[in-house]
Design a protein. Structure first.
Length: 323
């Protein structure tokens, strides 16, 4: 290991090509490869000045505290709910993340889920494969074009979803903590009112304590038996137990989910239902977008060590990132 290279700790689940690139530029150590994590951090934590991680793993206050020489964090993803931003800020440690580069793929996934759950494409595929078509036809689906689209969140990805809806001639409204000044779509200050109005309610707000179980039984009941829920945000935003019950009882028409409360654990009850489409958190999972995310992780580190600032720095503690 070269003594001239900056010491970088990897705590996340990062793509192999990114790990190779980081290893070429820095003296890289992967925390998960250490037999005793606590003992390793106690003995070597002070040696690391950079931390690479991922949105799925994050960096809690204990890990940050175990790295007394830490100067920068660079995370693969836009989710910040598993990174203790306040602990980093208290020590003046900027947190780099990867906004913007995944907007298109996440918005595409949201629309894919919306169309799939409305028209029943995944259920239809299973129907054909098991020979069901030989015995009869599937029930009719729900038309997407011209429907009412409610967005929970109006950040970068929310805008991209709303822009895509114009091709389907959908009406759009959104709910956020406050109106967004430079968008043409109406703001609905009451989430339950938005759910009651919408045919499709798409969740694309930030995760964290402030949005935990924001979509609860009350919101689902407002969405109603002809309404559909799509979640491409964070599993914690939806009360999963309430959602399972609403789907089982047909109190909502269906759901399209890319995220869950305890990933990769998915409630067994969801797997038995044909009115829900289940994806394994793949909204940004294309070669192009994952490469762009990896580039941003690397560039955030390079920029910090050259200028003192990442290319894309997370907002201060107490401020929600806008997916």
């Amino acid at each position: 290991m070269s003594a001239t290279k900056t010491r970088l700790l990897n705590a996340g689940r990062l793509p192999p090509a990114l790990l190779a690139r980081l290893a070429a530029a820095y003296a890289l150590t992967t925390l998960s490869e250490q037999p005793d994590r606590a003992a390793f951090l106690a003995a070597h934590g002070a040696e690391f000045v950079g931390l690479a991680t991922s949105a799925a793993v994050g960096a809690d206050a204990a890990l940050i505290a175990a790295l007394p020489s830490l100067k920068v964090i660079s995370s693969f993803g836009v989710g910040l709910d598993r990174i203790d931003i306040a602990a980093a800020k208290a020590r003046g440690i900027p947190v780099g993340y990867t906004p913007d580069v995944l907007n298109d793929c996440v918005a595409d996934t949201a629309f894919g889920l919306l169309i799939d759950v409305a028209r029943g494409f995944s259920a239809a595929d299973r129907f054909v494969r098991r020979g069901g078509w030989l015995q009869g036809n599937l029930p009719l689906g729900r038309k997407v074009s011209g429907a009412r689209l409610g967005l929970v969140g109006m950040g970068r990805i929310g805008r991209a979803i709303a822009q895509r809806s114009t091709g389907f001639e959908m009406q759009v409204r959104y709910h956020a903590r406050r109106p967004v000044a430079d968008v043409p779509w109406p703001h609905e200050p009451q989430l339950a009112a938005l759910a009651q109005w919408a045919d499709f309610l798409v969740v694309i707000t930030a995760g964290g304590a402030g949005t935990h179980h924001l979509i609860d039984a009350e919101v689902l009941d407002a969405l109603g038996p002809e309404g559909y829920l799509v979640n491409v945000a964070r599993g914690s935003v939806v009360d999963e137990a309430a959602l399972v019950l609403a789907l089982q009882q047909r109190r909502i028409a269906g759901a399209g989910l890319d995220v869950y409360e305890n990933e990769p654990q998915v409630p067994a009850a969801l797997m038995t239902l044909d009115n829900v489409v289940l994806l394994p958190h793949i909204a940004s999972a294309t070669h192009q977008t994952r490469q762009a995310m990896a580039d941003r992780v690397f560039d955030n580190l390079q920029s910090f060590f050259a200028t003192g600032q990442p290319v894309s720095a997370a907002p201060p503690a107490g401020t929600k990132a806008t997916p």
